[in-house]
Write a protein that binds this ligand. Structure first.
Ligand code: ADP
Ligand code: MG
Length: 703
């Protein structure tokens, strides 16, 4: 039906109809909808439910199972207040098959009195088993007048993402109204060409949208929850296509800009390589060549270098920076944390000062005078390489001639921050090249979408002679033995890390926990020099401690997860991670990469809080069994989803409406192929398709 109209547009296009025209929408509602990025009728139609509830039938109480969401109907047997730490109202209701409790922790006297013995109630809620008896906590409920028939829902109930003042009921009412409109007339343009629809056996768009909002009761709930229904797959394909097109367009846009061609002379690069105490690995050489080729062109480079921890990304970055300097330009190096930036600064100074290159340092915490001096160095062009944190893209930082921006561990920065730094080069008619380095290996299919706007290089080889870090999973009951182990290795003049983690996001609490641990360890190991480092310390303090640890003046460093990235102390050969079960696998892999950097055999002890669930234990075993960042990242993605692992929150990829980069991985290669066809054959459909699926703030148009 819809496929027929491929070349004819509908009488009305939902994309150009404002929600203002809807019956139930006044100025207040319009405002709230806007908060959910809903402005047009099309936006409303594509504000798809993220899950469903089955309220289409009444479940006999005897048939309830733990964890079900169910509608039940029964007669009140009694209602009483159960005392306890927190008093609760307990109402027992019964039908012919059994009885169940309704429990309310927030209630008032009139609510209690409304549950008259013998009254009939219909409830909806989640079923929880409690001491062999089921209960519904805070269920929705209504009283049913005897002998009257209250109809059940006709469709599975959609649950929408929402905002303050806009409840599920209003969203259901609004979608009822627009779905009724959609039933009557063709409001949606089919952008997928007939040939795609045929090849994939896709159902028409209108049908898919109607289904997604109001699935019929006979749809298997599991299929729906897993978003594997044909309607959802069809929508997911279109959504992935829209995001891919947005990324491709972004990349094309960048290519329209001009960048300085940093052809270099080779002089600095070759002296640097000659002075290195090692020779570059094959992988480092290959990636260095790829970067060098990009830099020598007048098109802005946008290259992502992926390399496991310890693969030697820093050397690649230094070589790129030198090529810029040789060509008469500045290079800026940005890292996400103060500690990591400082470490880069130290490394760059050590490597570049002998070559006569001035390196400047800029962090948010610099004192006014130092900051002024740094700014002066940068604007005058005396500083050739500038290292810092996000402070680099503050407004008063003016570069004399910025040719290259290097960003380490990019997943911590948003797209927008990166672009702000890129604009720093815009005082001329060119933009700087960008080199982005990440230690989070990204499976290929994901990289194709998440980083479709970037070229990718992979350092897929570690420097020779590295012995894999022996990983041991132990219960905290073995704490005493672990402490003995630290004593032993420190006696051999090696060093150790003790990493504290905490569930709480609060930095204050994390630091407190680390302080307590440090105190205990100092008592247990009086002969060792033990220091504490955490995120709330002054930068000078942190730098001092890191320097002392690097020099070997500290035996054991107790740290919060601040040491996660980049810190390089080859003599450290033991790391204890407390409560590793609280961290993602990729993060654990990063942490573990801090040891095993020297020639000695190294160990990482994952000291979990006993008892640990079987699932968590299995997760930690993955760490024991694998040292391959790619394998670990893939598992982590499966377990935790892409938002956490890739940090792509800002790109909108994790806010997709139906698609999911992990679940729908199989679609991604197809989407890539069709994106090419789409761009060539249907260029006029690109913009409206992106508009349909990709939220405003995330349309990647400005970047
Ligand atoms: P990452 O990729 O994690 O940033 P680094 O750049 O910090 O890794 O390198 C880790 C360590 O390996 C550093 O001590 C560095 O000097 C060393 N290194 C880098 N490349 C090589 C190489 N080709 N051979 C030997 N050691 C190397
Ligand atoms: Mg690094």
């Amino acid at each position: 039906m819809i496929s027929e109209i491929e070349n004819s547009s509908p009488q009305h296009d939902a994309a150009s109809m404002s929600c203002e025209g809807l019956k139930k929408v006044g100025p207040k509602m319009l405002e709230r909808l806007k908060k959910c990025q809903i402005e047009t009728i099309q936006d409303l139609l594509f504000h798809l439910p993220f899950r469903y509830q089955d309220r289409t039938r009444i479940t006999p109480i005897g048939a309830l199972r733990d964890g079900d969401y169910a509608v039940i109907e029964g007669v009140v047997q009694r209602a009483h207040i159960k005392p306890g730490r927190k008093a609760s109202l307990v109402v027992r209701i019964e039908d012919a098959t059994g009885s169940v409790d309704l429990r309310f922790f927030h209630f008032n006297a009139s609510q209690k009195n409304s549950f008259q013995v013998g009254a009939k109630v219909r409830c909806f809620g989640e079923v929880r088993g409690l001491h062999g008896h089921f209960a519904l906590f805070h269920p929705e409920y209504r009283f049913v007048i005897e002998n009257s028939v209250v109809p059940v829902e006709e469709f599975l109930t959609p649950i929408y993402s929402t905002t303050d003042g806009l409840n599920q009921k209003s969203l259901r009412n609004l979608t009822d109204e627009v779905l009724a409109l959609l039933e009557k007339q063709d409001l949606l343009i089919e952008y997928l060409p007939e040939s795609f629809l045929k090849e994939f056996n896709f159902i028409p768009l209108k049908e898919a949208v109607l289904f997604a909002h109001r699935p019929s009761p006979d749809t298997p709930t599991l299929l729906l929850e897993e978003k594997k229904h044909p309607a959802q797959r069809r929508l997911a394909f279109e959504e992935l296509l829209a995001h891919t097109l947005a990324m491709r367009r972004l990349r094309q846009k960048v290519r329209h800009h001009k960048a300085p061609d940093l052809k270099g002379t080779g002089a600095l690069v070759s002296s640097f390589i000659a002075a290195l105490p090692f020779s570059l690995t094959k992988a480092q050489c290959r990636v260095t060549d790829e970067v060098a080729t990009d830099l020598s062109q007048a098109i802005p480079m946008m290259r992502l270098v992926q390399g496991d921890v310890g693969s030697g990304k820093t050397a690649v970055a230094v070589i790129a920076a030198l090529q810029a300097v040789e060509s008469g330009y500045q290079a800026a190096v940005m890292a996400p944390t103060e500690i990591l930036a400082e470490q880069h600064y130290v490394n760059f100074c050590e490597w570049l000062k002998p070559l006569g290159i001035e390196v400047a340092w800029l962090s948010g915490k610099l004192k006014t005078k130092k900051r002024q001096e740094a700014l002066e160095e940068i604007v005058s062009g005396r500083a050739k390489v500038i290292v810092g944190t996000h402070a680099l893209f503050q407004e008063d930082v003016v570069f004399a001639k910025l040719g290259l921006v290097i960003i380490d561990e990019q997943h911590r920065f948003g797209v927008h921050q990166r672009m702000a730094l890129r604009d720093k080069g815009a005082n001329t008619d060119t933009v700087p090249h960008q080199l982005i380095m990440t230690a989070t290996p990204i499976p290929r299919t994901l990289a194709m979408t998440a980083y479709a706007n970037l070229d990718c290089s992979v350092i897929d080889e570690l420097p020779p002679g590295r012995i894999p870090v022996g990983t041991i999973v132990l219960s905290n009951e073995k704490r005493g033995e672990i402490i003995e182990r630290i004593r032993a290795i420190c006696r051999e003049k090696r060093q150790a890390y003790w990493v504290c983690t905490l569930i709480e996001e609060s930095e204050v609490l994390q630091c407190q926990a680390a302080e307590i641990t440090a105190t205990q360890l100092i008592e247990a190991l009086p002969e060792l020099k033990i220091a504490l480092i955490h995120g709330r310390m002054k930068p000078e303090q942190k730098q001092e401690i890191m320097a002392a640890f690097q020099k070997g003046d500290i035996d054991l460093l107790v740290a919060t997860t601040v040491i996660e990235v980049g810190v390089n102390v080859p003599n450290a050969s033991l790391m204890v991670i407390e409560n590793p079960e609280r961290l993602g696998l990729a993060q654990l892999h990063q942490l573990r990469g801090r040891v095993g950097r020297g020639s000695a055999e190294s160990f990482c002890v994952l000291m979990y809080q006993s008892p640990l669930s079987l699932f968590s234990k299995q997760r930690l075993q993955i760490m024991r069994n694998s040292h391959d960042g790619f394998v670990i990242a893939q598992k982590d993605l499966e377990l935790r989803g892409p938002g956490e692992v890739l940090g792509v929150r800002q790109t909108g990829l994790v806010h997709m409406k139906v698609a999911d980069l992990i679940r729908d991985q199989d679609l991604i290669p197809k989407v890539q192929r069709y994106a090419d066809i789409f761009l060539k054959q249907y260029p006029e459909r690109v913009e409206p398709l992106i508009r349909r699926w990709v939220n405003q703030g995330e349309r990647y148009v400005d970047v």
